[in-house]
Structure formats: C-alpha cells, structure tokens
Design a protein around this ligand. Sequence first.
Ligand code: 9D3
Length: 229
Amino acid sequence: MEIFCMLKIDILTLFPEMFTGPFDSSIIKRAKDKGLVEINIHNLRDWGLGKHKTVDDRPYGGGVGMVLMIEPLYNALKSLRPQTANHRPLVILTTPQGKVFTQKIAKKLSKEKSLLIICGHYEGYDERIRDLADEELSIGDYVLTGGELPAMVITETVTRLLPGVLEKPDAVKNESFSPLLEYPQYTRPENFKGKRVPKVLLSGHHAEIEKWRVKQALKRTKKRRPDLL
Ligand code: 9D3
C-alpha cells in the first residue's frame, strides 16, 4: 500500500459555474476519487461588500469598466487560509501580465501542499491585489475573457503530475516537454489510399525502429519548435 500526499487546490472566481464539467471527468475525476487531489471552487461574490455583495467599483482617475476591489479578495483569502503558518497555501494570481506557465512551473507547483488560485478579471483589478499573491501566471500570449480557463489549465496540468494519478509513472517521467517533440506514430491500415506506414516500423527490428524514432523526433523539433533545442 503506497502512501501519496494529497494536494489541495482552492479556486476563487466570479464564475464558479464555468468549473462544472472539466473537473468531473477523466483523469481529474479519478484523482479526486482516489483522494489525491481536493479541488474547491469558491464564489468571490460570497465575500462581496454590502447587501449587493459588491466586488468591483469604478477606477480612480476615470476610465471605462469596473475594477475588482481588494477587500472582498482579502477577506476571502483570510477565511480560506488555514490559520496554521506551516500550511499556508501558495497563492497564484492568473493574469495576462504573469510569467508564462510551463511544465517546469507545473512540476514545482505539484510539490506544494496547497494552492490557492485567484482568477483574473477582464476589466482589471486594484493594483494592491498583486501584493496578496505569491506568483502571477499567464498561460500564453492570447486574450481570454478571464482567468477561469487558465485556472483550469493549471489545475489539470499539476494534478496529472501528482504521484499515483497516472497509471504509468514512466509516461510522466519521459514526457519532459523538452527536449523533443514526439515521433510520428501509425496504426492500421498499412496502406491508406497510397499513404504507407514507414517500412522500418513493420520490420520488427527494435534497434532500427528506436533509431528512426529519435531521428524523426529531432527532425520534427528542428522544423516546428527550434526554440526547444
Ligand atoms: C487590454 C486591457 N485588458 C482588457 C480590458 C487586458 C486584459 C485583461 C484581462 C485582457 C484579458 C484579460 C482576461 N484574461 C485573463 O485574466 C488571463 C489570461 C489571458 O487572457 N491570456 C492568457 N493567460 C491569462 S491568465 C489570466
């Protein structure tokens, strides 16, 4: 009987309904069922101010749109954070201005005991909210409507790295996402409308096959992702 460490992920969002679905199927669901990860979605509005549960307000100095206020977020963090100092979660703010999330960052996050992800807001947030976060992460250079999908991407990437989540741990070990892209794969039929499976793969010659695969992976990486080399 192996003993695995459980990771707790708390997500703070104004759109909790977006999270119904993605975490209820496939690998994440199995990880939850096995007790390897605990994912809790919290509605930031629960900490909104006044009887209207206000979470945003007009920007000082003028401008269009509404800005997320710091107080609801501060109060949410205070009530979600366990009181013991040694179990303080790593607080992540998803924002287009953050460091770009990579497999390397995912590996680091998977070693934490607890993560608290604050979803970014399209119209922006009070600058002082940054001080509440340990890390600011983006998932890439394209414009989304909020930090919800990034929070899901981070949660999924980190969860599948947890020991015990995948059937074959070797699959995780080898998938470095560096240095190389994957080699081409084929299955039946051997000949599809004249497009044939490379002969070497049918040869049964394992050393030759391995050599071919490494060569193809290199060639593909050079062509498509020279930045990885
Ligand atoms: C140009 C001024 N802002 C739009 C009113 C910029 C902006 C802020 C927030 C644009 C998009 C968003 C919402 N996106 C995120 O919160 C976000 C995000 C993203 O858009 N792309 C990649 N990673 C991330 S992490 C959070």
